[in-house]
Design a protein around this ligand. Sequence first.
Ligand code: C5P
Ligand code: MG
Length: 193
Amino acid sequence: MRIVFIGPPGAGKGTQCKRLAKLLHAAHLSTGDMLRSVDRHSDLGRRIAGYIDDGGFAPDELIMEIVTARLAEIDYNKSCLFDGFPRTLRQAEMFDEILASQNSQIDLVINLEVDRDELVSRLLDRAKVEHRLDDNLSAISTRLQIYSTVTVPLLAYYGEKGIVKTIDATASADIVFERVKACVLGHSGDRPR
Ligand code: C5P
Ligand code: MG
């Protein structure tokens, strides 16, 4: 099973993917974590920091390179959770081509919905704990803006394929996880709310 998690920054993609990866013994690919794990003193690390520290995106080609390399390391039969990827229509199209060439496909897209005030408050809280450079008000506002203009169109792209399930993700992580599980394990096409 290949599951893509879509949602604005702070929606809980990472939190839910970690839990679901454990439950399904699935691989968890977080492109944000992959980008942040590159040594900031290396040439590549400096380039990445330049793209992402103020809330912008890294170029599609770079993201595809990172994802392809990581995919090659994962057992093909293992379920995979994609956390924060694809983020652009081009990434989604290129990803579909890669999967199709492997006779594979995305089975499910889970769309986590949270209202803006709650997102900002979660991200500012996370800043105190994780000290991520892009969890400040200016970068958060850029990220939310880019999310709605560049990433939200993916919902229509995947929606046409009939694979999107939308969850109200404003509740606690435990409650949201129940909804995520219902999407993944349930067979009904209803929108869990
Ligand atoms: O997914 P996450 O919120 O951890 O991503 C953090 C940052 O990594 C994004 O705000 C963006 O700058 C960068 N990113 C990207 N392209 C992706 C995924 C993440 O540029 N596909
Ligand atoms: Mg994340």
